[in-house]
Design a protein around this ligand. Structure first.
Ligand SMILES: COC[C@@H]1[C@H](c2ccc(C#Cc3ccccc3)cc2)[C@@H]2CN(C(=O)Nc3ccc(OC4CC4)cc3)C[C@@H](O)[C@@H](O)CN12
Length: 293
């Protein structure tokens, strides 16, 4: 019975079965939550039960000042060039920066202070003004700690964030140019590395990971720093589950914190645990429709 038959109206001579309006249709699928969002909710609840407040991270675009300079990351650091960082074309520069704080950041980069030698280079404002897609949520942590440092009297705080970050890296089966970073930070008087180890044990235990191992490492904005490992019973091997450290005085003191205030922080990704918890071996299966890129 072709389209032509239909167009010629020959369907009128046909015998049609009576339409059964009482037939049961296929039950509509109820839909389902995305695995990343389920794990995000679970981790959000862990932070909240531990007394952490969520940071406001709804700015994917950030100035190099907050993404790097405020964290004492030197302007010639390799992570700051376009091989690792997405720079924005328009608007290419940020509109405004806190001038008095900017001067303190310039000074600590150039000649240090607070017992630090600094990096002994000429710090340039135009470098700090360049807009980027934030490479870590630590840029937001810098903003939040700066506003905490303005408050008197100082009150200890715990913050967390779970949101997208962007890195100009080669994409492969387990790496995309963006991922969700999870970050926790505690700011208080007299915090030590022992406090960091303890909060990491508490946090990861709630994620089902115990007997952690810490390995010394380096980050531009934390000293000392530790990579975190956990023995994964299922995979029968030590798995790197995150990175952590104590923010440097060269980051905290220019913000205006008193000398005895320290801040401990750690980070991990949302994709790694989700892929392991849901047995997903290709990160592309986490994003978008099933297409073979
Ligand atoms: C560009 O890649 C960075 C990303 C991402 C990462 C690394 C560091 C930070 C950080 C930080 C930080 C440090 C100091 C102060 C503030 C923030 C955040 C995310 C994961 C961090 N990692 C990571 O998530 N691994 C992980 C986490 C949980 C997990 O759970 C499973 C159920 C068992 C499994 C694995 C470690 C590695 O995967 C690493 O190879 C990849 N890392």
């Amino acid at each position: 019975f072709t389209r032509e038959h239909l167009l010629r109206g020959e369907w009128k001579n046909l015998e049609f079965k009576k339409y059964n309006f009482d037939a049961n249709a296929l039950p509509p699928s109820g839909g389902h939550l995305h695995p990343l969002l389920k794990v995000r909710e679970r981790i959000r609840n862990i932070f909240i039960t531990m007394g952490f407040k969520e940071m406001q991270t709804n700015n994917y675009v950030e100035s190099s000042f907050w993404n790097f300079d405020a964290l004492f990351q030197p302007q010639q650091h390799p992570a700051r060039d376009s091989h690792d960082t997405f720079f924005l074309e328009a608007p290419s520069t940020t509109l405004s920066l806190p001038e008095s704080y900017l001067d303190k950041v310039k000074h600590v980069h150039e000649s240090g202070g607070y017992g630090s030698r600094g990096y002994q280079y000429e710090w340039k404002r135009e470098e700090a003004e360049k807009n980027v897609f934030r490479t870590h949520t630590t840029a937001v942590t810098a903003r939040v700690l700066y506003s905490l440092a303005q408050q008197r009297p100082f009150t200890p705080q715990r913050y967390f964030s779970i949101d997208r970050v962007f890195r100009n890296e080669a994409v492969d089966r387990t790496h995309l140019a963006e991922f969700h970073q999870i970050e926790g930070v505690i700011c208080d008087r007299g915090l030590t590395l022992a406090d960091l180890m303890q909060v990491l044990q508490d946090f990861f235990k709630k994620m089902g990971m115990s007997n952690l191992k810490f390995k010394a490492t380096c980050n531009p904005y934390t000293e000392p720093s530790m990579e975190i490992y956990s023995y994964h019973e299922g995979l029968k091997k030590w798995v790197e589950i995150g990175n952590s450290g104590m923010f440097r005085p060269e980051m905290l003191r220019p913000m205006g914190f008193p000398e005895d205030v320290t801040a401990i922080a750690w980070g991990l990704s949302l994709e790694r645990p989700t892929m392991i918890l849901y047995g997903i071996d290709n990160i592309r299966d986490l994003f978008g429709p099933k297409v073979d890129l």
